[in-house]
Design a protein around this ligand. Structure first.
Ligand SMILES: CC(C)(COP(=O)(O)OP(=O)(O)OC[C@H]1O[C@@H](n2cnc3c(N)ncnc32)[C@H](O)[C@@H]1OP(=O)(O)O)[C@@H](O)C(=O)NCCC(=O)NCCS
Length: 152
């Protein structure tokens, strides 16, 4: 499959059926419809979807807390990985962050998730700590990563 110029836009309630398909494809403990609905009502939450040929193939969410963005999740359907769509979502996040005058971006990621860690590192995120046993399903550690505004 080749990279096709995607459309990245704000997530709408009507998108949730397709977003859940991406979610169940990507995670062993997927978020439920109800969890996404709550997020769409949260005034501090910002969710983007990425569409290719009018089909939602991924999404990214973050919470704006004061002048920081906390990424809640990013996912690209397995059929569309390694084509640059994850990169496109993070690039869209960075421009949204500028618009919202955010000075730093943070996230937690499973210590074993090398794909996501390399994606974040390619944008200059650095690992700044570990939350031991953060993931309750397998007691895995989380890396805490940050990107400071100076590098935005
Ligand atoms: C992490 C994820 C979003 C990356 O999406 P993607 O569209 O495949 O990423 P991209 O194609 O934009 O890759 C950008 C860069 O990230 C790194 N990367 C992505 N996947 C990688 C992999 N499997 N192994 C190593 N590096 C990888 C590479 O540096 C890559 O650049 P390159 O292809 O030029 O080498 C995707 O793998 C995914 O949805 N995983 C499941 C959900 C998940 O783990 N989310 C993160 C939760 S914190």
């Amino acid at each position: 499959m080749n990279f096709v110029e995607p459309l990245i836009r704000i997530m709408e309630p009507e998108d949730l059926g397709q977003v859940l398909e991406v979610e169940t494809n990507c995670f062993t403990i997927p978020w439920t419809m109800h969890m996404f609905e709550d997020e769409l009502f949260n005034l501090n939450a910002h969710y983007l979807v990425i569409e290719v040929n009018k089909k939602i193939i991924g999404y990214l969410g973050f919470w704006k807390i004061l002048d920081e963005a906390h990424i809640t999740n990013i996912a690209i359907h397995s059929d569309y990985r390694r084509l640059g769509y994850g990169k496109a979502l993070i690039t869209a996040l960075l421009s949204k962050a500028k618009e919202l005058e955010i000075i730093a971006i943070t996230l937690e990621v499973r210590a074993s998730n090398l794909a996501a860690i390399s994606l974040y590192e390619s944008f200059g995120f650095v690992s700044s700590g570990i939350r031991r046993g953060y993931y309750s399903d397998n007691n895995e550690d989380a890396l805490i990563m940050w990107l400071k505004v100076a590098t935005l």
